[in-house]
Ligand binder design. Structure first.
Ligand code: AMP
Ligand code: ZN
Length: 109
């Protein structure tokens, strides 16, 4: 856990979230500022700052996040969707704890 990381605080339960799934490795919750009708994030519980910090030891975790995107998107009623991971400041990343965005259902109302 990183003390000043908002997603670590969500993982620890210090900040509430609209959680749709969690197990011992990952948590998924709705984005607080949705850019689509359905917009949720899949977040590893371990603090990893960016995809650039990932190595072969994270391969299974990253694959799990992608498969979970498909499973949770289906559970949210989506038949098509986008998955995005922003990487680094120049890649649009604002929260430096890796997360996979899932967008679907058209633009947010
Ligand atoms: P990124 O630009 O890829 O780092 O995306 C960070 C995302 O985290 C943004 O879409 C934010 O709206 C979202 N976000 C920030 N704080 C929270 C929070 N407390 N609960 C849910 N989503 C959040
Ligand atoms: Zn963190």
């Amino acid at each position: 856990m990183s003390a000043d990381c908002i997603f670590c605080k969500i993982v620890a339960g210090y900040i509430p979230s609209k959680t749709i799934f969690q197990d011992d490795e990952v948590i998924a919750f709705h984005d607080i500022r949705p850019l689509a009708k359905v917009h949720f994030l899949i977040v590893p519980k371990a603090h990893i700052e960016t995809l650039k910090d990932c190595t072969a030891e994270h391969q299974a975790l990253l694959g799990k996040m992608m498969l979970l995107a498909a499973q949770l998107a289906a559970e949210q009623g989506l038949t098509g969707y986008k998955t995005v991971m922003n990487v680094g400041r120049e890649g649009g990343q604002e929260v430096f704890h890796i997360h996979l965005h899932v967008f679907g259902g058209g633009p947010a109302a």
